[in-house]
Design a protein around this ligand. Structure first.
Ligand code: NAD
Ligand code: UDP
Ligand code: UDP
Length: 324
């Protein structure tokens, strides 16, 4: 009997920030979604509205353990992403990236399906090439406090390309740059959510260093749109491919913009710069434009306003304030 057409998509880390938005889009597109998460940084609350959907299934599972399921595509997002969380248990962070990649690649190899890796701009470390193109090999401290994340992700990329060379696995590697939006964990120290919550509470805004370091922020809907395009791209489009918004801003300017948009009375205060904090970061997205016909659509102000609304609502709910 001919195999019936199915569209079963596995999303690891699906209860996290980006994963939960991805699950929503996939459900909207008619997919059956199997969301796998160990709830380290993600939560059921992030997928609350999907839980009763007949095409959504949630499995508590750790990707460092083998997973035998039948699916048609894999998005591998499982990994804590904020420095506070990935440095909490750095050995586990490396295992999640490396053993998690091996297990998802093994699954993809057995099923002969596409597997997409959520890699990161952190593979470029503190970059000496600016903006960063995919052929830049990076400047990463292999033994510092960020190494568990950076080197774990670099090793995962190597594994993806070895599975392609050795087993012809259909791989897709996305190098995601700083993404923001609703459902970032409000207390995980990521800069956009931290500044917004501080501004909404009229608390001091904690800029690290002198605030001259830059990042380029991409709104989550744009990031998810790019991941979906990459997954649907032809076999030869493997990446690595930068996914981000080239609009670069310093942390001091970001603090001022958020104070302005929230009408906050917060003051800016300066705190020590964490070790190995990259000085600047901006993606060159020529490859994504050309190969995926994708470019971000949501500007920083528009995205920040949506995110501010989200955290405003969260702060109004007394039960969630204990989280902050
Ligand atoms: P997040 O912390 O909100 O989500 C990660 C999810 O993975 C959480 O739900 C967590 O519980 C789950 N998880 C962690 N370890 C696991 C394990 N061993 N087994 C199963 N589940 C596990 O982070 P995010 O911002 O949504 O990031 C998602 C992915 O995108 C990560 O792989 C991250 O490295 C990558 N990424 C994110 C950004 C960003 O700016 N948000 C930038 C670059 C790359
Ligand atoms: N694996 C998995 N699900 C599968 C197939 C494999 O979790 O459906 C895991 C399994 O733990 C294995 C790893 O993926 O060790 C790598 O698989 P591969 O076939 O590449 O190598 P193996 O170790 O089986 O020789
Ligand atoms: N940052 C800051 N104040 C904060 C949190 C972060 O100035 O309260 C800085 C941080 O030192 C870094 C930038 O903002 O220079 C982005 O930090 P984040 O942790 O969000 O992302 P990453 O460093 O992983 O790009």
């Amino acid at each position: 009997m001919a195999r019936q057409f199915t569209n079963r998509v596995l999303v690891t880390g699906g209860c996290g920030f980006i994963g939960s938005h991805l699950c929503e889009r996939l459900i909207e597109r008619g997919a059956d979604v199997l969301c796998v998460d160990n709830f380290f940084t993600g939560s059921r609350a992030n997928v609350e509205e999907l839980l009763s959907h007949p095409r959504f299934e949630l499995l508590r599972h750790d990707v460092t353990m083998p997973l035998y399921v039948e699916v048609d595509k894999i998005f591998n997002l499982a990994c804590p992403a904020s420095p506070v969380h990935y440095q909490f248990d750095p050995v586990k962070t490396t295992r999640t990236s490396v053993q998690g990649a091996i297990n998802m690649l093994g699954l993809a190899k057995r099923l002969k399906i596409n597997v997409l890796q959520a890699s990161t701009s952190e593979v470029y470390g503190d970059p000496s090439v600016h903006p960063q193109t995919e052929d830049y090999w990076g400047n990463v401290n292999p033994i510092g406090p960020r190494s568990c994340y950076d080197e774990g992700k670099r090793c995962a990329e190597a594994l993806f390309f070895d599975y392609r060379r050795q087993h012809q696995t259909a791989i897709k590697v996305a190098r995601i740059f700083n993404t923001y939006g609703p459902r970032t964990h409000p207390s995980d120290g990521r800069v956009v959510s931290s500044f917004i919550v501080q501004a909404l509470l009229d608390a001091d805004i904690t800029v690290h260093g002198n605030g001259s370091q830059t990042r380029s922020f991409c709104y989550v809907d744009d990031t998810v749109a790019a991941l979906l395009r990459l997954m649907d791209s032809p076999f030869d489009v493997t990446g690595p491919i930068n996914i981000g918004n080239p609009n670069e801003i310093s942390m001091r300017e970001l603090a001022e913009l958020i104070i302005d948009l929230t009408g906050s009375r917060s003051r800016i205060v300066y705190r020590p710069l964490p070790q190995d904090d990259p000085c600047r970061r901006r993606p060159d997205i020529s490859r994504a434009k050309e190969q995926l016909e994708w470019a971000p659509k949501i500007g920083l102000k528009e995205g920040l306003l949506k995110t501010i609304n989200h955290f405003n609502e969260l702060l109004m709910r007394p039960s969630s304030r204990t989280d902050l």
